[in-house]
Design a protein around this ligand. Structure first.
Ligand code: FAD
Length: 419
C-alpha cells in the first residue's frame, strides 16, 4: 500500500526493522533523491539520517553577500522539507558498515538497510587556514560560505569607502567553483555604482592557475575583471589570517616552482575555505583515494558495493559540485536504484551536468552550465557564454522558488541527462 503519511520523527530506539533505503543527509541531494524515489514507488520504506534542525538554500548566500537577498529566506525547518512518508532519524551517522548493510549512529544505535544512498555533502575545513576560525565575523573577515556570515559580507561591502579588498579561492574541488569570484563581482558592482571603486584596491587570490575551469566562460569574466580593475593573483593560496592585525598570508607558487610566503594587508577579506570529504566517509570502505564516496561516473553506483549509491557534493564524480548537479543526479540515482532492485538494467547515465550562475553585476548573470570534460550543456537557446538579464531573473527570482517547490518535491523539469 502506498504510504502518504506525514514525515515521522523517529523515537530513540534500536532499529530492528530493515529499511528499504537509508539516505545519509537531508541536504539538497538527500531530499531531492528521496522525493524522486517516493514519487516512483510510494510504498518504499525510507529513512533519512540527518542531525540538523534546519535546511539551507545555499546558492542564495552569494546574493545575500551582495545585499540582494534576505538571508532568512534561505533557511527552512527540516521537517518542512522532509518528504511525506519518510522516517527522519535525527542523528548523525558515525560509521558506515557496508559489509553488514547498516550504518552506526553517533548515539550508538545501528540502522540496517537494504540499499544505501550517501548524500552527506562536504566539510568546510576552516581550520586549515591558521587563525581563520577566530577571525571570522569581525575585523573585516567574512565568508559567504556560512549562513551567519553572508550578511556580514554585505555590511562590509556597503560600509567600505576605500582601501584594500581581498577575495580568496582555495584549491579545487569546492562547492560552486564560481562563488569566490561572484562575491567579488557583486561587491565591485556596488562600489562602482556608489562611486567608490576608484578608491578600493581589489585583488582575487586563487590557488589555481585559471580564473574559471571551463575556458569558454573566461572571456566574459575577464571583461568584468577589467571593468572592476581587479588584480588577479594566480597560484596564491591563503594559509593564515591575522584578523586584528588585518593581514592575510599567502603561499605563492612561482613559475620556477619555488613557493614564497607573502603578507597582504586588507580592510576586508572574503575567504572561501578548503573543502574536504566528511571524515566518516574518508574513513570508510566506500571512499576513493581522495576520501570522496566512490561511484561510477555514469550510473552513480558504488563500484564495490552495488547496493550503495551516492550523489551531491560527497560523491567522487569530477564535475562541478552544485545543487544543479544534485538535481540531475537525483533522477539518475532514483531510476537506477529502482531498476537494480527489480533486477533490471540501470536505465540512466549522468553526463556530469552542473551549473554555476556567475553573478557578474546586479541584473546580469553568465549562466555557466557544463558537463564532463567542460562540454557546454545550456538548458536554454541563448549564448551561454554571455551575461544576460534573463539568466539573472532565473538566478535571483525563479531558482529559489523552484528549489523549494520543484527540486525538493520531485518536480523533475529539465532533468533528462541520459547519454
Ligand atoms: P548539502 O546540501 O550541504 O547537505 C548535506 C547534508 O548532509 C547536510 O544537511 C548535513 O547536515 C548532512 N550530514 C553531514 N554529515 C552527516 C552525517 N554524518 N550524518 C547524517 N547527515 C550528515 N549550487 C548551485 O547549483 N548554484 C549556485 O549558484 C550555488 N552557489 C553556492 C554558493 C555558496 C556560497 C555555497 C556555500 C554553495 C553554493 N552552491 C550552489 C552549492 C550547493 O549549495 C551544494 O552543491 C548543494 O547544497 C549540495 O547538496 P548536498 O546535499 O550534497 O550537500
Amino acid at each position: 500500500m502506498p504510504q502518504h503519511s506525514a514525515p515521522s520523527v523517529a523515537p530513540a530506539c534500536t532499529w530492528d526493522t530493515t529499511f528499504d533505503v537509508v539516505v545519509i543527509g537531508g541536504g539538497s541531494a538527500g531530499i531531492a533523491v528521496t522525493a524522486s524515489l517516493l514519487r516512483r514507488q510510494p510504498s518504499l520504506t525510507i529513512a533519512i539520517v540527518e542531525p540538523r534542525e534546519t535546511h539551507d538554500y545555499q546558492p542564495a548566500w552569494t546574493l545575500v553577500g551582495g545585499g540582494l537577498f534576505d538571508v532568512e529566506r534561505t533557511r527552512r525547518p527540516m521537517n518542512e522539507v522532509m518528504p511525506d512518508g519518510v522516517t527522519w532519524i535525527r542523528a548523525a551517522v558515525a560509521r558506515i558498515e557496508p559489509d553488514e548493510n547498516r550504518v552506526r549512529l553517533d548515539n550508538g544505535q545501528t540502522v540496517p538497510y537494504r540499499d544505501l544512498i550517501v548524500a552527506a555533502g562536504l566539510r568546510l575545513a576552516w581550520e586549515r587556514i591558521d587563525g581563520l576560525e577566530q577571525a571570522l565575523g569581525k575585523d573585516g573577515v567574512t565568508s559567504n560560505y556560512r549562513y551567519d556570515l553572508a550578511p556580514y559580507t554585505w555590511d562590509l561591502v556597503r560600509s567600505m569607502q576605500g582601501g584594500s579588498a581581498l577575495f580568496t579561492q582555495p584549491a579545487m574541488p569546492i562547492k560552486c567553483a564560481g562563488a569566490p569570484q561572484k562575491a567579488m563581482y557583486l561587491a565591485c558592482d556596488h562600489w562602482r555604482r556608489s562611486g567608490v571603486l576608484d578608491r578600493i584596491d581589489v585583488e582575487f587570490n586563487t590557488a589555481g592557475a585559471v580564473l574559471f575551469g571551463v575556458a569558454a566562460f573566461v572571456p566574459a569574466l575577464m571583461k568584468y575583471v577589467m571593468r572592476y580593475r581587479a588584480n588577479l593573483a594566480f597560484s596564491s593560496n591563503l594559509v593564515a589570517v591575522d584578523g586584528p592585525g588585518k593581514v592575510a598570508h599567502f603561499d605563492v607558487a612561482g613559475a620556477d616552482g619555488v613557493t614564497t610566503r607573502v603578507a597582504k594587508p586588507f580592510d576586508m577579506i572574503h575567504v572561501v575555505p578548503p573543502q574536504v570529504a566528511p571524515d566518516f566517509i574518508r574513513d570508510s570502505a566506500l571512499a576513493d583515494p581522495a576520501g570522496w564516496c566512490e561511484v561510477d561516473h555514469a550510473t552513480l553506483q558504488h563500484p564495490r558495493y552495488p547496493n550503495v549509491f551516492a550523489l551531491g557534493d560527497v560523491c567522487s564524480v569530477p564535475n562541478a559540485k552544485t545543487a544543479a548537479a544534485a538535481r540531475k543526479q537525483a533522477v539518475v540515482v532514483a531510476e537506477n536504484l529502482l531498476a537494480m532492485r527489480a533486477g533490471r538494467l540501470m536505465p540512466r547515465r549522468y553526463d556530469g551536468y552542473g551549473a554555476c550562475p556567475l553573478t557578474v553585476e546586479k541584473g546580469k548573470v553568465v549562466l555557466a552550465e557544463f558537463g564532463y570534460g567542460g562540454k557546454l550543456l545550456p538548458t536554454f537557446p541563448l549564448d551561454p557564454t554571455q551575461p544576460s538579464t534573463l539568466a539573472w531573473l532565473l538566478k535571483a527570482k525563479l531558482l529559489p522558488w523552484f528549489y523549494w517547490n520543484g527540486m525538493l518535491k520531485a518536480r523533475e523539469w529539465f532533468t533528462k541527462t541520459s547519454v
